[in-house]
Design a protein around this ligand. Structure first.
Ligand SMILES: *Cc1c(COP(=O)(O)O)cnc(C)c1O
Length: 367
């Protein structure tokens, strides 16, 4: 039995979020030993978590009978040191940055408000905004998949509440320049949300703009460079006027005590972070230089491969049959049929990825 009439119309009309494939799914589908599968479809950290974060989780386990501090103050203070911003501009969030997005949409969106989403990009902006009553206005990319800043400005209206910019963008790996972000901040009466989920792997970040603009929000996460995806921990950098309103509406105690303390420990583990970044930068170059297809230049912990004239579905399936999970990007709006996103792995994993792409070319009619 199905009762769609009991569900909000907009929720009935939203397409399901498509996550990367899991190890269990691929093991079962292709009869592969799960231990031999390499998971490079969800941009997780292949180094495992920071040992300091694991220690913090173990030592907080015996204290979970107590609610955490309401504003995750231990973590907010550590983040203030890490970002160089006052604690009044920082909100810890759970589950992950996705929780920040959902809470923000509940604070900001009135039915009929518009949000602007340049594509191809992370799909949860649309889900969170539309579920809260917004109309999503999508903007197609330029020829080389860069965000089309002029076209974004063109669709901004009096009803625009939020412009979403993912930088480095998922799935392209491209950074939006500071100049373009400022231009858009100045082009709207609404807010600009910059998703910096991958910023630790990039050459620059935008946190200093926070003190110059009162309509900028930056979303960050512990899921990627810090290796804590399973804990679901993120944070937002925002103007003080917004933080006070946000805190009224955010789900109470939305960061668990183990997550707060693991986050503090992860921030203190500069050795782990340094290793995670240097492995990624090196691996990114190795993959770009050796995969026999066009690879977009990336500032993130993944690369985007254009397998045309082959199609992403066939090539990603041939990789998955070999136990390498990658992301076929067809579910991303305006990404076309030929893009595959691959998380940067260890040297050994990257070598297997390159061989698998070479075999995919050999198996086709291409010479
Ligand atoms: C992974 C990812 C997130 C989600 O972060 P969580 O903290 O795990 O919720 C947000 N934005 C982008 C672009 C991502 O790739």
């Amino acid at each position: 039995m199905s009762r769609p009439e009991l569900i909000k119309d907009v929720v009935n009309s939203i397409a399901e979020y498509v996550p990367g494939k899991s190890i269990e799914e691929i093991a079962k589908k292709y009869g592969i030993n799960p231990k031999e599968i390499i998971k490079l479809g969800s941009n997780e950290n292949v180094l495992g978590p920071s040992p300091k974060a694991v220690e913090a989780l173990v030592s907080t386990a015996s204290k979970v009978n107590i609610y955490p501090s309401a504003d995750a103050c231990e973590l907010v203070e550590a983040l203030s040191v890490y970002t160089g911003l006052p604690t009044g501009n920082i909100c810890a969030s759970g589950p992950g940055m996705d929780g920040l997005l959902d809470n923000l949409m509940r604070v900001l969106i009135e039915p009929g408000d518009e949000v602007v989403i340049p594509t191809p990009t992370f799909s949860y902006y649309e889900i969170a905004a539309r579920a809260n009553g917004a109309n999503a206005i999508h903007v197609a990319p330029e020829e080389g998949l860069e965000f089309d800043v002029a076209a974004i400005k063109e669709v901004i209206t009096d009803r625009t509440k939020v412009v979403f910019l993912c930088s480095p963008n998922n799935p392209t790996g491209m950074l939006t320049s500071e100049e373009d972000v400022c231009y858009l901040l100045e082009s709207t009466n609404g807010l600009v949300f910059v998703d910096e989920a991958y910023v630790e792997f990039a050459d620059s970040n935008l946190s200093k703009l926070l003190l110059e603009y009162d309509n900028l929000i930056i979303g960050r996460t512990f899921s990627k460079a810090f290796g804590l995806a399973g804990l679901r921990l993120g944070y937002g950098l925002m103007p003080e006027w917004l933080k006070s309103q946000y805190m009224k509406i955010a789900t109470p105690f939305n960061v668990s005590f183990p997550a707060v303390m693991a986050g503090v420990a992860a921030l203190s583990d500069s050795e782990y972070l340094g290793k995670s970044i240097s492995m990624t930068v090196e691996g990114r170059k190795f993959l770009s230089d050796n995969i026999p297809f066009k690879v977009y230049e990336s500032q993130a912990n993944f690369i985007l491969v254009d397998v045309s004239p082959l199609i992403a579905r066939d090539v990603s399936e041939s990789l998955m049959k070999k136990g390498i999970i990658v992301r076929d990007c067809r579910s991303f709006k305006n990404a076309g049929e030929s893009l595959i996103r691959v998380t940067v792995g260890t040297r050994e994993q990257n070598e297997k990825v390159v061989s698998a792409f070479e075999e995919a070319t050999a198996g086709s009619n291409l010479i």
